[in-house]
Design a protein around this ligand. Sequence first.
Ligand code: SF4
Length: 318
Amino acid sequence: MKPRILVSACLGFCSCRYDGSVIKNDLVDLLSDYVEFVTVCPEMGIGLPAPREAIRVVTQKQERKLLGSYSGVDYTKDMETFVQTFMDGLDVDQIDGIILKGKSPTCGFKDVKQYPSHGKVQSLLTKTSGFFGGALKSAYSSLVIEDDGRLLNWEIRDHFLTMVFVHNQFRKVKVSNQKAKALVDFHSTNKYLFMAYNQSALQRLGRIIANHEKKPIDEVIEKYEKGLEDIYHASLKPGKNVNTLLHLFGYFKTLLSAEEKSFFLEQVEHYKRELVSLPALLLVLKGWVIRFDEPYLKNQTIFEHYPLSLNQEKSKGS
Ligand code: SF4
């Protein structure tokens, strides 16, 4: 079961922008080998043609409207109806992440310009969300939602891809014939990844799995899924994963030479000062996993959260 991503259709799928263009998106291109896309263009969804007059968010007396930028034609009701109908019809359990066109008055979920009226006026100082993107962001707290602009940042992109693949693995747990075993395996293989993101959330998830109240498995899965949100929305802060690194290092302490140990601990000190990256230290650890054939660590997702070739552009640039 491949990950499934909902995406704004103008990001490589259709020439549906207001000016009749389509935007080439490198990440969407790379992802196409690994995920299924579900595309949507809400503006075409309300019957607008391409090309068309640009539209904008107009805020007056705290009331937001979606208007033709120069004509002032009011599309608010049409768009609100579209958004509601789309969300009612979307099987969100089948979606692992969402990529939206940033800054669009429709698809943007933050940093969208708003204006005091239609016509030739300056935008307001404060930004807002688009009608579609904002609604998705408020409704789907269990999904990672990003826009094309933010995904140019490598930390945001790494987080997004990681969580899309984690979410997809969890969807497989939910449809497994042996849900209890699948859930334990899921928790176990993601242990150090989750520890790196949010140690207290990992502990809470561990208590849910222990299931001391002997609840039915579907109830345990539902509770676990809710708890996963604390992982989805955490961040991997540079220099802050010393605890996870030392836990992993602990597997090899008695197997390594004094020189290897002091080399690694020195690199951890460099990591704390952000002189060395987390992936560099994970590579050293992964080498030891292979060399010492450490079974528990072999399948840990912290060593590969998603297919490495999705970092292709980054490697080219570095
Ligand atoms: S930003 Fe959204 S509404 Fe605008 S063209 Fe792209 S998909 Fe359509």
